[in-house]
Ligand binder design. Structure first.
Ligand SMILES: Nc1ncnc2c1ncn2[C@@H]1O[C@H](COP(=O)(O)OP(=O)(O)OP(=O)(O)O)[C@@H](O)[C@H]1O
Length: 290
């Protein structure tokens, strides 16, 4: 699905962002990238959708080799690869629904997008996306009126409305308190399982990485220095990535549990909203009060 072959990124000024990265990420995987600040996690993620152009090697997404110099191809790539950011990146003064409809822009003529005249089918997709993250009732609220966790769910719904093959999430829970962070990660994990969307997430805290990842990639100095199933991401392995001992803060923001304990923990409670069927005959739009 995503293949890095000997990929380098050199930032303007000559700073190396990625060094000789070789990676294969299969369709449907849920991959978490860990590493200390400055390790190259964001660079790796942003290279996949062309936000950061790679300077040598070959990057393939699906069946297309990414050509950072082709604006047309980058537009197409970004319609297939959705991105979620730490700061949500919503338009705060417009409604939740309008924000989610932005995810339909690549399928909508520019005059319709500009005027906000989205087709009924696109609105239905937007409602269904909001339903999938459990906040369809907020469709007509201003985005700014929502909590951080709800805003991140809107951002996930916007990406879902794109019908993406890949979701990239760059520190998606760094601005959220731990319980809310877990809920957002549970949403991403559930969506990955239900829809089979390849998902790549940068995370700082190891308890979260270990709870949600299938596979962990460790980075240091722009290089991939660890790549294995979550079971292999032991304390010793991550200490090898960080090149120092782990601290409580590495593991969890405010709950210093043993990392090996977290690794052995059962799956987190699947608290996400019921999505299929839901026990109600009402459509998502009806539940939103349309
Ligand atoms: N636009 C840029 N120009 C020059 N150097 C950059 C640029 N963006 C990132 N870098 C450098 O590239 C390196 C990797 O940065 P990156 O943001 O990918 O790290 P990260 O692992 O995501 O860090 P963090 O966890 O702090 O976000 C850092 O040393 C950073 O200073």
């Amino acid at each position: 699905m995503i293949r890095f072959e000997n990929v380098d990124v050199v930032y303007p000024g000559g700073f190396p962002g990625l060094k000789k990265v070789d990676l294969n990420i299969e369709a449907g995987e849920f991959v978490v990238i860990v590493g200390l600040s400055g390790a190259g996690k964001s660079t790796l993620i942003r290279t996949i959708n062309g936000l950061v152009p790679y300077t040598s090697g070959t990057l393939t997404v699906g069946d297309e080799v990414v050509d950072p110099s082709s604006r047309r191809q980058l537009r197409r790539l970004r319609s297939r690869v959705g991105m979620i950011f730490q700061s949500f990146n919503l338009v705060s003064r417009i409604s939740v629904l309008s924000n989610v409809l932005v995810g339909r822009s690549s399928q909508t003529s520019s005059w319709r997008s500009l005027l906000g005249w989205y087709r009924a089918a696109d609105k239905e997709i937007a409602f269904q996306s909001l339903e999938r993250v459990g906040i369809v009732e907020k469709a007509y609220n201003r985005a700014s009126a929502l909590s951080g966790g709800q805003q991140q769910r809107v951002a996930i719904a916007r990406v879902l409305a794109q019908d993406p093959e890949v979701i990239l999430a760059d520190e998606p829970v760094a601005s959220l308190d731990p319980p809310t962070a877990h809920q957002v990660l549970q949403d991403l994990r559930r969506i990955n399982r239900e829809l089979g969307i390849t998902t790549i997430v940068n995370l700082h805290h190891l308890d979260m990485a270990r709870r949600y990842a299938d596979r962990v990639i460790g980075m240091r100095g722009g290089e991939v220095v660890f790549d294995g199933p979550v079971e292999a991401a032991t304390d010793a392995a991550i200490e090898g990535v960080y090149q120092r001992s782990l601290t409580a803060e590495d593991v969890a923001p405010d709950a210093p549990v043993s990392v090996d304990e977290a690794l052995g923990a059962e799956d987190g409670p699947e608290e996400g909203p019921e999505v299929e069927g839901g026990g109600s005959a009402a459509s998502p739009a009806e539940r939103a009060g349309r």
